[in-house]
Design a protein around this ligand. Structure first.
Ligand SMILES: [Zn+2]
Length: 417
């Protein structure tokens, strides 16, 4: 398959009339004018004039400067030196595809790329030099389908199949309630993913959302379908469900910290402050001061403030009989106050050492009907399924996605490598 960087598109009077795969543009002997000549162009019944300009595409790579990119595009340094310092061009980020239109002698006519927040930056040559304009880029959504086989890791498999990292992260997240991607993966595990790719004028700008996915882990098959219509707790929020409408998400995250290690478990221990054996009603996680602490589940803030030995503490009330407590925090975001609604994964505070703490750590308690339980051992409930009233709508939306997964996994169409 042609790499974007090796694709030159000929433009005849602004109309894309022909394109061809050529040697990488970065090779010095490839001069834009020469590309135009090397292609046999049959004018369409003589109505189109000879090639006067062409479009060259290059990816802005890690370590690139605007100057090195311009050199690869074959642009005249003197001609474009004024552009190098333009703030518009400072928005170039690694991975961005830049499309340049040059005339027959290699002079830049216009240049386009999509910067962060989907802003289209366009450079055009005018009477008095170049001008740079910015506007919102209209993005088109394309649906891509790909499969991978695990040899070493999910990311290696995704790479090998041309699946973007952002999509691999979502796949790990979608199945994270059932599969521990650090410990459970086996060589030969397979996955298939249907996902959105956002494009602008044919160029990939970024990946969108995973729409459906299947993961075959140690002989067990898991499937997930995105559904946007669910109203979890009075708010619009989508999620991933099994094709029968069961929620794939657990109602609670296993840990309130993204990366952490347990420094003191649940149960009896010598209390560092009291110097006596006492029940430890929670789990301590070692983490640097300032590490963000996540709400383990959707809920409401019952308490946020100082409370004796806990120091700065947040207590969340969740649906059912569940509540969670996060102690010794250095502080909390402004909107974390009594009555505030939080969603699973929201930041509710930062690791600190307020209260009875010898050093920065998070003390975390998980309570069922007011009784502290071991969060590492308790069976965490699944999040709510698709509400019965919405099940018919869900099945109607899920059906075509499930059909795509069936197609890809049955091998009845060729997989994209
Ligand atoms: Zn503790």
């Amino acid at each position: 398959m042609a790499r974007t960087g090796a694709l030159a598109t000929l433009v005849l009077s602004g109309i894309v009339a022909a394109f061809a795969t050529i040697a990488p543009v970065s090779e010095p002997e490839v001069v834009p004018g020469a590309i135009a000549e090397s292609l046999e162009i049959r004018p369409l019944e003589g109505v189109l004039p000879a090639a006067t300009s062409l479009v060259v595409e290059e990816r802005f790579q890690r370590g690139d400067t605007v100057a090195s990119l311009f050199a690869r595009l074959g642009l005249d340094g003197e001609d474009t030196s004024a552009l190098l310092r333009d703030p518009g061009l400072r928005q170039l980020r690694p991975g961005t595809t830049v499309s340049a239109t040059v005339d027959s002698i290699g002079a830049l006519q216009s240049l386009d790329f999509v910067a962060a927040r989907d802003v289209q930056v366009r450079v055009t040559r005018g009477e008095s030099g170049f001008s740079v304009s910015e506007q919102r880029a209209p993005l088109e959504t394309r649906v891509s389908m790909k499969s991978g086989v695990i040899r070493s890791s999910l990311f290696a498999a995704a790479d090998a199949s041309g699946i973007p990292d952002a999509i691999a992260i979502q796949v790990a997240d979608v199945f994270g309630g059932d599969i521990d991607f650090h410990r459970d993966l086996r060589r030969g595990d397979r996955f298939t993913v249907v996902y959105e790719t956002l494009t602008h004028q044919g160029l990939t700008v970024r990946s969108g959302r995973v729409l459906a996915a299947e993961f075959r882990n140690q002989g067990k098959t898991y499937r997930a379908v995105w559904y946007a219509g669910v109203d979890g707790d009075g708010r619009k929020s989508g999620g991933y469900y099994a094709p029968d409408g069961k929620n794939l998400r657990r109602a609670f995250l296993r840990s309130p910290l993204e990366f952490s290690r347990v420094t003191s478990g649940f149960g009896m221990r010598m209390h560092p402050f009291m110097q006596s054996w006492r029940a430890h009603r929670g789990v301590d996680y070692g983490a640097p001061s300032g590490t963000r602490v996540r709400a383990v589940g959707d809920g409401r803030v019952e308490f946020a403030g100082r409370q004796g030995g806990y120091g700065n503490v947040v207590i969340l009330r969740h649906s059912g009989q569940y509540s969670t407590l996060y102690a010794h925090l250095s502080g909390f975001p402004k909107d974390i106050r009594r009555g505030a609604h939080v969603a699973q994964g929201d930041t509710i505070g930062y690791v600190g050492k307020t209260g009875w703490a010898t050093g920065p750590h998070l003390h975390y308690e998980f309570r069922i009907a007011g009784e502290a339980r071991n969060p590492l051992a308790v069976t965490l409930p699944q999040a709510l399924p698709v509400p019965p009233a919405e099940l018919a709508t869900f099945v109607r939306q899920a059906q075509p996605l499930v059909a795509r997964l069936d197609l890809l996994t049955s091998g009845s169409i060729a997989l994209l490598e």
